[in-house]
Design a protein around this ligand. Sequence first.
Ligand SMILES: [Zn+2]
Length: 100
Amino acid sequence: MSDRARCIRAWGDRRARVLMIAVLLAAACASLFIWQRPWIAGLCLLGAAIGTYGYFEFRCPRCRERFMSFSRDAVRFDRTSCQSCGLPKNASPLGADCSR
Ligand SMILES: [Zn+2]
């Protein structure tokens, strides 16, 4: 697998994790406030918590370290560059943009 294909796959995986968290949170809200099913909301919130953990476990395509920090001082959900090597979000390890 080429570096470009590997980084496109990695960033796509990161976007899929964000989408999964958003869908699960929306489903939890709908389950609570529209369908009145709190046990479904609980399952959705559990899934969102697991998804958030996976989002924070995302590895940088260049340095293979965690892209985002778990430390209490540096936690940011919208981090735009790798905490270890500074690789910008959606960028190739070689420098080209991998957002497409
Ligand atoms: Zn990195």
